[in-house]
Design a protein around this ligand. Structure first.
Ligand code: 5FX
Length: 534
């Protein structure tokens, strides 16, 4: 490897399936990337897609020791390629959100007394009070969610305080379940970390604080006061505050690299570790969505909409508000839609012979507004809006249910209803788009770009940003380091100018947009009739 002498900034991404490192220089150029895939490279942990699915079909966990072994493997691989660790000025990271790591009494001593001749994972086998960490795919805590909502005065009350109603995967509910079902394990846990703060703690050699942004995915943090909600902690488990530690702003410097990394890999003793955060907050940083109104629409297997905002309106029904990872005064909203690309593909396969070109032709044969017809395709149980009964729900121009549309009508309906739903639920949380950045597999498709521009009434740019979480972590390493060096918060935009996506791929058609404004109210009404029916 060519020795790179300029200061480097490293972003680690501990995602569900892999651990990645992405390195940038001070001019924001990506210098190199390395990856360890859990299933392929660490077969001894026998994961599938990085997780273990349990027989009850609801419990999903990952072995936390695997994440330690992955760090050994990643850095060993980089050393084998003569990576210049000594030039890394600062490092930050990203973790899959919501997952929790239970550290037994005595962990701090073990982190302090590491021998540089041994890998981490053989020395840290015994630090875990629980060797199966619940992750974000777990949905086994419905009873704990209802109990939290009852304790705090209902779903809207939980959302007003913590940014989201009680969700099964959110960490507070996971902790409550552990305390109720395995109290001895809870008692053994001296610290409880998120995946993000756990990884940061390995690097600094001392348990690292949870950052405000990833901490917002726990149903425990007051997103306005930026402190734990005492009633939520008490409702989940006793003596929880000391186990969680004090949360910190996401740009905080949480330490320097522990001696083990300095001795074994040649990191500089002064290499700073900036607080790690969740993968979605890091993606927001990676796409540089610092301006309120810059909203990303990620069109993937599921669709996600997220963006920065100043005046959030958390909903007791859907979506999430997190503290913003790059603006300590701000917020980010995020909404997940389970019926994304796969659902569009199923309509394409049925009506366009599997061809996106034919799908596009069918879309173009019907006018915006589909002659007043609305069709909602919930081929998977939907998260937003919460609709459990799967199926296609078609309505005529007077909102009367109908069994079928013609093929062109179905094609237009799936695109329009999905994007109208995104706009509706985004607006409910306070997202007001100035422009959209489309990312993900389907974001280059002209049909999607036209639909997004017309439904939202704003220009749409396409941004092809793979590894946005790792890149965001590298950006935050650079930004956090500059804040640390200046001893004050420096606006992210002063260091990383706004999103690089400048090429507008679609401008809205005002006439089509007017039609969608009217349809939006009908979609809201029709959706609410379908919500949570099993
Ligand atoms: C967000 O709330 C989620 O649960 C997922 O996007 C995880 O963060 C994936 F890692």
């Amino acid at each position: 490897m060519k020795t790179q002498k300029t200061p480097l900034y490293l972003g680690l991404d501990a995602s569900t399936q892999s651990l990645k490192a992405l390195i940038i220089d001070a001019a924001l150029n990506v210098q190199s990337e390395f990856v360890v895939n859990f299933d392929r490279d660490l077969p001894q942990f026998a994961t599938q897609g990085g997780v273990h699915r349990h027989d009850d079909k609801l419990t999903v966990t990952a072995p936390p020791l695997m994440w330690v072994a992955a760090l050994d493997r990643l850095f060993d691989g980089m050393r084998a390629e003569e990576f210049p660790f000594q030039h890394i000025t600062a490092l930050s990271g990203s973790g899959q959100q919501h997952g929790s790591v239970y550290l037994a009494h005595g962990t701090e001593g073990k982190l302090r007394d590491l021998s540089a001749t041994e890998p981490l994972h053989t020395q840290l086998e015994t630090i875990f009070a629980l060797d199966a960490s619940p992750v974000w795919m777990d949905s086994s805590t419905t009873a704990q969610c209802r109990a939290l909502e009852t304790a705090l005065g209902g779903a809207q009350a939980v959302a007003d305080l913590t940014g989201s109603r009680a969700y099964e995967r959110f960490t507070g509910n996971q902790i409550a379940k552990l305390h109720q079902t395995q109290p001895e394990r809870y008692a053994q846990s001296e610290r409880i970390a998120l995946v993000s703060s756990f990884m940061a703690g390995l690097l600094t050699g001392t348990p690292a604080p949870i950052d405000f942004s990833d901490g917002s995915g726990m149903n425990l943090l007051d997103i306005r006061q930026r402190e734990w909600v005492a009633t939520a902690l008490t409702a989940c488990a006793p003596d929880l505050a000391s186990r969680l530690g004090t949360p910190v702003p996401s740009h905080s410097c949480v330490g320097t690299m522990a001696p083990w990394f300095v001795q074994r890999y040649g990191f500089s003793k002064s290499c700073r570790v900036i607080a790690f955060s969740g993968d979605n907050p890091n993606s927001l940083a990676g796409l540089r969505l610092q301006e309120a109104g810059d909203i990303a629409v990620s069109l993937g297997t599921s669709d996600t909409v997220f963006g920065s905002l100043r005046d959030p309106r958390p909903s007791g029904q859907e979506g999430h508000v997190f503290v913003n990872p790059i603006d300590p005064e701000g917020y980010m909203a995020m909404i997940c839609f389970k019926n994304g690309s796969l659902t569009r593909e199923r309509v394409r396969d049925r009506h366009a012979g599997g061809s996106w070109t034919d799908f596009g032709d069918a879309f173009a044969r019907t006018p915006p507004g589909n002659h007043g017809r609305i069709g909602m395709f919930f081929l998977e149980p939907e998260i937003t809006p919460p609709v459990l009964n799967t199926g296609v729900f078609r309505f005529d121009e007077r909102d009367r249910p109908v069994a079928e549309f013609d093929r062109d009508g179905d094609v237009r309906a799936v695109v329009e209803s999905q994007f109208l739903s995104m706009r509706l639920h985004g607006e409910r949380l306070g997202l007001q788009p100035r422009r959209l950045l489309a990312t993900g597999g389907a974001s280059q498709d002209p049909v999607m770009l036209r639909g997004l521009a017309d439904v939202f009434g704003v220009p749409v740019a396409v941004i092809d940003q793979r590894d946005s979480a790792a890149l965001g972590a590298a950006y935050r390493a650079l930004h956090g380091y500059r804040c640390y060096a200046a001893d004050r918060f420096i606006p992210f935009a002063d260091i990383l100018p706004s999103s690089p996506a400048t090429h507008v791929a679609a401008e809205p058609d005002p006439e089509a947009h007017r039609i969608y404004n009217t349809m939006l109210k009908r979609v809201a009404r029709l959706e609410s009739q379908l919500c949570i029916k099993g």
